[in-house]
Design a protein around this ligand. Structure first.
Ligand code: L34
Length: 251
């Protein structure tokens, strides 16, 4: 950062948030704090919930042409907005989320400039913990474009044997029980129970589920699973902060 500044480079990130989803608000605030911490310029564009598609695309167009380095439009968007069109509108070289089809395609062939932040954070956690993915049984639960699909591809690039489970999977428990590495990203509170975890497995919980009593829990029943796992991530304080750390690298 100091080296960049000396060269007169001061990376800037534009974060767009539409509407007043409370969870998105927290995540965006955390991203802004991280930008300040590492010395990035961050611009927030907080648009009202009734923003039109045209207005949003016009903002993205302006940012595409401005000197800002990265553009991130926080998802989910209000239902009347076309998420796919918005993602498509962001210039691929400013797409710090790596959600644009060009960047998704690059990830598929293993030749990428950006990685989506959440899967990148998971890979970093695994690597930093000294866990070797090669040849391991990796089970990803969830097939979203943001997490499940890219996650599976990164584990595959790292030479894991990858299985993707989803709502139509016939025997989830049996499949997860085979896993050396479990990545849960479905958004169902504590779906993955202790008896689904193989002794010594690595368990990564991407879930962020806010319960009606205000508690934030993951997709894994933490206390049960931690009795079996050799390593496990908590929620909060696990994958979430890593997502933000990876965003700071994608500039
Ligand atoms: N465009 N939309 C876009 N890019 C992203 O990378 C995201 N994501 C997901 C939702 N929509 C997005 C995020 O930023 C999820 N996500 C995210 C970011 C940060 C945190 C969680 C999810 C985070 O800071 N989690 C804290 C707890 C925060 C709380 O109290 O709610 C943690 O410790 O896990």
């Amino acid at each position: 950062m100091v080296a960049l500044k000396a060269k007169g480079v001061h990376p800037g990130l534009a974060v767009i948030i539409v509407g007043d989803d409370p969870a998105s608000r927290i995540y965006v605030n955390n991203k802004k704090k991280a930008c300040e911490y590492v010395g990035f310029r961050s611009e927030e564009y907080a648009l009202p919930a009734n923003t039109t598609q045209e207005e949003l695309l016009a903002l993205i167009d302006t940012l595409n042409q401005s000197d800002i380095d990265g553009i991130l439009c926080q998802l989910p968007l209000p239902a009347h907005l076309d998420e796919k069109a918005v993602i498509n509108a962001i210039r691929p070289d400013k797409d710090v989320d790596a959600f644009h089809p060009v960047n998704v395609g690059k990830i598929m062939i293993g030749d990428y400039d950006f990685l989506p932040c959440t899967p990148a954070g998971v890979m970093e956690l695994i690597r930093e913990s000294g866990i070797d993915i090669r040849g391991k049984e990796c089970v990803v639960i969830g097939r979203s474009n943001i997490v499940g699909k890219p996650m599976s591809m990164l584990l595959l690039h790292a030479h894991g044997t990858v299985t993707i489970c989803h709502s139509r999977t016939v025997d989830l428990a049996e499949t997860v029980r085979r896993a050396d590495i479990v990545v849960a990203a479905v958004g169902v509170p504590e779906l993955i129970r202790g008896d689904m975890i193989k002794e010594g497995a690595v368990v990564i919980d991407v879930g962020m589920n806010r319960l009606s009593d205000g508690r934030l829990v993951g997709d894994v029943a933490f206390s049960e699973a931690s009795e079996k796992a050799s390593a496990i991530t908590p929620v909060p304080g696990g994958v979430g902060p890593m997502t933000i750390a990876m965003l700071m690298q994608n500039r």
